[in-house]
Design a protein around this ligand. Structure first.
Ligand code: HEM
Length: 467
């Protein structure tokens, strides 16, 4: 029995070791608590069956469904079957490339505001006289993420990075942040009989329910106000909330859960990925210097990078993809077969759990090579034409399915382009303006359970770059 593989810290760590050490034919097999049977797809073929070819035969667990519905409402993330198919179409429409392109200038101006704010907080270091700011990047990235989520989802700039609206930040933290207390909380909700969970509400239950009520109340006020102030019938210029509210695809009761779930899906995930990206650069000074050089060269003939530059610069893309590969926010996600089915030609009985483990697949040596556990941004760059390096979309792996940070197929992340657009802009602006260094020699490990982020006290040193 290997129950610890499911409750492991960092999440998915043990399965990563298995994938890299146990020879297998594309599926690993183990027994968890109470003899529950788990399969772990490890090859392109078996992952394709679970995530793409037969994805609707593998559903999220009832424990996760109950938990999400109770604290966020029933949104796309936990919907299944035809309901999911139908609603996903509306989401894909709202998050399409044209929409994301429209949001890019807003993301860029937020990135500039962040740089200005950090500059103002750099104070002289007594010993060397150099200017320096010690920043808890985990918290800093969450403030950025809240501001961006506010703008894109609700059309409101909370300016939390400037210290405003911190009560909203508390609501987001309480509801959406993952930590060790939440781990036990989620395990209790997942494994105890639902009647027992309802009968004995915990402190975290009460805090999360209060935060959910607060958020609902604000949204209930905001939605009619926004709809009343709509000037035109062209919704494409509107934020996600307005587009979802006006799409006609959702009833009044469905709108708020969809918005809250979207905030849940995007808030901490983007913050964690940004924190890890900055950490990877602080811990890999050569990559950091090379990236700064790439940004300088791209800017050499103009005042600022264009929106297109952020998407095309090979090393900027390589750094962000590589950090996200090594530190996927959703390190493991469980599914359950709803009927007898097949994975890679093997019969899988109804009720079998499938552990999809982005951490393990993203670090699998048979898919990425012997350096799979190293930070190598260059793997995302195609230098076959030495005068014109290009982005390599698979990072040198066998298939796009080998990079599971945003999952793959009909249940993959709808916010991927948007999240990457934000992370690239903030990372580029920070590296242009600051040298980053780690504040401690210890190597931080991912924490949290539903989602895995950096440790809560991950500090980095920011010092201004000489112009
Ligand atoms: C770096 C940041 C992000 C990462 C790593 C990420 C990752 C993921 C992953 C792995 C899933 C699948 C979860 C599962 O099925 O178990 C997912 C789903 C989803 N994500 Fe993201 N996400 C990010 C940012 C965002 C943002 C910014 C938004 C929206 C504003 C968003 C909205 C969603 C939604 C709505 C789903 C559900 C899709 C479905 O079930 O069809 N995500 N995300």
């Amino acid at each position: 029995m290997n129950a610890s593989a499911i409750f492991d810290q960092p999440l998915g760590n043990q399965i990563t070791d298995w994938v890299n050490s146990i020879p297998n034919d594309g599926l690993l097999h183990f027994f968890g608590l109470l003899g529950a049977e788990y399969l772990v797809p490890t090859s392109v073929e078996s992952l394709s069956d679970v995530l793409s070819n037969r994805s609707y035969q593998f559903q999220k667990t009832s424990g996760l469904h109950r938990y999400a519905v109770r604290f966020f409402g029933e949104g796309l993330v936990v919907q299944e079957g035809n309901k999911h198919k139908k609603n996903r179409k509306s989401f894909v429409q709202v998050f399409n490339q044209r929409q994301v392109d429209k949001l890019k200038p807003i993301l860029s101006s937020k990135a500039s505001q962040i740089v200005k704010h950090v500059s103002e907080n750099c104070v002289s270091d007594n010993e060397k006289g150099a200017k320096l700011a010690t920043i808890n990047v985990n918290e800093f990235a969450k403030l950025i993420s809240l501001d961006v989520m506010g703008i894109i989802a609700l059309g409101i700039d909370f300016n939390s990075i400037l210290g405003q609206n911190l009560e909203i930040f508390d609501v987001f933290q309480t509801l959406f942040s993952s930590n060790d207390h939440k781990k036990s909380h989620f395990m209790w909700h997942n494994s105890a009989p639902p009647s027992l969970v309802t009968m004995f509400p915990s402190k975290i239950d009460r805090q999360m329910e209060t935060a959910y009520r607060q958020l609902r109340k604000s949204l209930e006020q905001l939605i009619p106000e926004k709809l009343a102030s709509l000037q035109s019938t062209d919704l494409s210029d509107q934020d996600i909330l307005t587009q979802i509210a006006c799409s006609g695809d959702f009833t009044q009761e469905e709108i708020i859960p969809q918005i809250v779930t979207t905030l849940a899906a995007g808030f901490e995930s983007t913050a964690s990925s940004l924190s890890w990206t900055l950490y990877c650069l602080a811990a890999n000074l050569e990559a950091q210097n090379n990236l700064r050089q790439e940004l300088r060269e791209a800017k050499s003939t103009k005042n600022a990078l264009s929106e297109e530059d952020y998407e095309k610069l090979p090393l900027l893309n390589g750094v962000c993809s590589e950090a996200s590969r090594l530190f996927p926010t959703f390190a493991m996600t469980l599914r359950k077969a709803i009927s007898d089915t097949y994975i890679n030609g093997r019969l899988v009985h109804a009720g079998t759990y499938i552990a999809i483990v982005p951490r393990a697949i993203n670090r699998a040596k048979h898919l990425w090579g012997e350096d799979a556990e190293q930070f190598v941004p260059e793997r995302w760059i195609d230098r076959s034409d030495s005068t014109a390096p290009k982005i390599n979309p698979t990072g040198g792996s066998y298939s796009p399915i080998c990079m599971l940070s945003f999952l793959y197929g009909p249940r993959s992340c709808v916010g991927r382009s948007l999240a990457l657009a934000e992370i690239r802009r903030v990372t580029a602006r920070i590296v242009e303006c600051f040298h980053l260094q780690t504040a401690s020699s210890s190597i931080p490990q991912p924490t949290g359970w539903l989602s895995s982020g950096p440790p809560p006290d991950l500090n980095l040193l920011f010092s201004p770059v000489e112009k």
